[in-house]
Design a protein around this ligand. Structure first.
Ligand code: UD1
Length: 421
């Protein structure tokens, strides 16, 4: 298994180009299943999760692959199946998005039910209840979700769940509702930019969707969709991660091609912490090296502070004097990085779903293990400022969601290298 070795203490300086958003690329790839013909998606990051979605599309009979650097073509003219098997789904939860797309295309879908994962239980009740409301018969058998509908019919669906709403369920229901007869209204819909981007792609395919980006989305079903060409938004989580790197170890670090409006929760939190944040045209940057203040932060659905930035922010706050509190409202168990950060000398304890972070003066390098995607990013950030050598194991998690993070940080001046095994 590949590892990443970092020798801490180098100052970061310079610019990083941000790739396309993983969480927009995955649903948009699934959406390609809805229309016979060849769709082209630009600005697709080369990530393991994208590879997993490609494998699913191909398994379903689509011709799908990269045709240029970050350009993907999906030809869904002929689909040969409607079943996404366990072997493919188990590597990535976003595979569940094939459910809505297949149902929309052919009225039939069979997708292995995703299990829990290290960030906690991740039910799909909102997806299934919503599809039932659209008229699908849904059953869970032998570990598979089977959904079938002779005809989908528009309905009013409330997505208010225990954790506010669901990004995945909002998108899955959009994918099915665009082909339903009549009008669907999604209430308490997720407002994430990736939902908006998926809706824009669907509109480019001919779908009639209003209100994406608000908590009420209206979909008027259409009889037919056509393939489309589309460029996806930049990845706000990748951008946020490098801004935290700059806050920790800058120098001046800028992310190029990011959307400042999508990053507001992150930049305002960094500003509150005392980090100097600046924005220019297509650029957001931070200046590190100032003395920072402890914070209280709560993760929330968009436009709140994203759970996908929680671990990285924790690394930053672990070296800020005073006591910070980070409360996780989306995944109350997403704290696997705490014991690993503590191995590096952080002083973090957990009280229910609030991490109590007592700032230390310095971290000290050690071998650590990444348990999930964002946790691995947090450990690499910690390695940038830890004294001596940090070895982060299980880097395959990182490669699910960050394109060449080691190379990008090295270009900023970090002492970092990948050890291939
Ligand atoms: C997406 C993102 C993920 C991000 C998360 C929250 C993708 C591919 N992944 O995941 O990176 O961390 O949004 O911003 O876009 N829930 C239910 N029932 C359901 C569905 C969800 O109770 O049917 C719960 C989940 O367990 C979780 C919360 O709702 O506690 C939010 O989950 P959701 O928004 O669905 O996350 P994903 O779409 O899986």
């Amino acid at each position: 298994m590949d590892k990443i070795e970092i020798t801490g203490g180098r100052r970061l300086e310079g610019e990083i180009r941000i790739g396309g958003a993983k969480n927009a690329a995955l649903p948009i790839m699934a959406a390609c299943l809805l229309a016979p013909g060849r769709s082209v998606i630009r600005n697709v990051p080369r990530l393991r999760d994208v590879g997993s979605m490609l494998a699913i599309l191909r398994h379903l009979g689509a011709e799908a692959g990269f045709v240029a650097d970050n350009e993907l073509a999906v030809d869904a003219s002929k689909l040969s199946g409607h079943r996404a098997p366990y072997e493919l789904v188990s590597t990535m939860r976003a595979s569940i998005l094939a459910l809505g797309a297949l149902l929309g295309r052919s009225g039939r879908a069979e997708v292995s039910a995703p299990g829990g994962c290290v960030i906690g239980p991740r039910p799909i009740d909102l997806h299934l209840e919503g599809l039932k409301k659209l008229g699908a018969e849904v059953e869970l058998e032998h570990g598979y979700v089977r959904a079938a509908a002779r005809e989908l019919n528009g309905a009013e669906i409330d997505l208010a769940g225990r954790f506010g709403t669901s990004v995945g369920a909002t998108i899955n229901l959009l994918l099915a509702a665009v082909r339903a007869r009549g009008t669907t209204v999604l209430l308490n819909a997720a407002r994430e930019p990736e939902v908006v981007d998926t809706a824009k792609f669907l509109r480019a395919m001919g779908a009639r969707i209003e209100g994406a980006g608000s908590s009420r989305i209206t979909v008027d079903g259409v009889g037919e969709l056509s393939p489309a060409e589309y460029e996806i938004i930049p990845d706000r989580i990748e951008a946020g991660t490098y801004l935290v790197a700059g806050a920790l170890a800058g120098g001046e670090v800028s992310v190029i091609g990011a959307r400042p409006d999508h990053l507001e929760a992150v930049t305002s939190t960094l500003t509150r912490c005392g980090v100097a944040v600046f924005a220019g045209k297509g650029l957001v940057g931070v200046r590190g090296g100032r003395s920072l203040k402890s914070l209280e932060v709560v993760t929330q659905p968009y436009p709140g502070f994203p759970t996908d930035m929680q671990a990285q922010l924790m690394t930053l706050l672990s070296v800020v004097s005073g006591t910070s509190l980070i409360t996780e409202k989306i995944y109350p168990e997403r704290f696997m990085h705490i014991p690993e950060l503590n191995r590096l000398g952080a002083r973090i304890s957990l009280e229910d779903s609030t991490a109590v972070v007592r700032g230390v003066e310095r971290l000290s390098g050690a071998p650590v293990m990444a348990a999930d995607l964002r946790a691995s990013a947090a450990l690499i950030l910690a390695g940038l400022v830890a004294e001596g050598r940090t070895l982060v194991d299980r880097i395959y998690h990182l490669d699910r969601g960050y394109e060449r993070m080691d190379e990008k940080l090295a270009a900023l001046g970090a002492s970092i290298r990948r050890i291939l095994e």
